[in-house]
Design a binder for this molecule. Structure first.
Ligand code: FMN
Length: 172
């Protein structure tokens, strides 16, 4: 049985991604009550193939601010049958304002589950609340907590291009 560290490295985790926050379909806050920050298509096109679609957790900061826990969905949102792949981050913190146009950094450190479709909006919301709970607990593990203070979050952003870095070339 491979260790969880081995499984994560097979999935290419941790994966460090940064880029501007763009507008999504706008349903996250309104329909779900769960605001999400979307990365641009350019960032999504550059994702490594090792990153399967699905629900992940990790750490995030906005405009070099405080680092918070996050949950992320990568894929096609089968409940909504999206035609474009998206990468949406829900940060486990209440922000006063939207942050479209801000610079978002995420360290994707663990995988939760595949994307699914649901019979109702309520079921989708319940599943996401469960993901938030799982992420909150998993990120308390020392091997996950260590990424909260990763130098990636302090480094000046390179805003000339979106940047994706896997464990293999990330300078720790
Ligand atoms: C933690 C998390 C889990 C999600 N799981 C699913 C899922 O299983 N199926 C799905 O269709 N969408 C899933 N979503 C995506 C939501 O449907 C999406 O955030 C919503 O459509 C809002 O997107 P929008 O702001 O671009 O409109 C998930 C989102 C998050 C943050």
């Amino acid at each position: 049985m491979p260790s969880s560290t081995k499984i994560r490295s097979l999935r290419g985790l941790p994966l460090f991604v940064e880029g501007f926050v763009v507008r999504g379909y706008g349903r996250g806050s309104k329909q779900l009550g769960i605001p999400t920050a979307n990365f641009s298509e350019q960032v999504i096109d550059d994702l490594p193939h090792s990153l399967d679609t699905g629900i992940y957790y990790g750490w995030a900061n906005v405009d070099a601010g405080e680092v918070f826990k996050m949950v992320m969905s990568v894929g096609w949102n089968p409940f909504y049958k999206n035609t474009k792949k998206s990468m949406e981050t829900h940060i486990l913190h209440v922000f006063d304002e939207d942050f479209y146009g801000s610079w978002l950094k995420v360290a994707i450190t663990g995988y939760i589950r595949p994307e699914q479709t649901y019979n109702s909006l309520e079921e989708l919301i319940a599943a996401i609340h469960n993901d938030i709970k799982v992420a909150g607990e998993e990120l308390e593990q020392p091997e996950m907590l260590k990424y909260k203070s990763d130098p990636f979050f302090n480094a000046a952003p390179d805003k000339t291009a979106p940047s994706i870095d896997s464990i293999n070339n990330h300078k720790l």
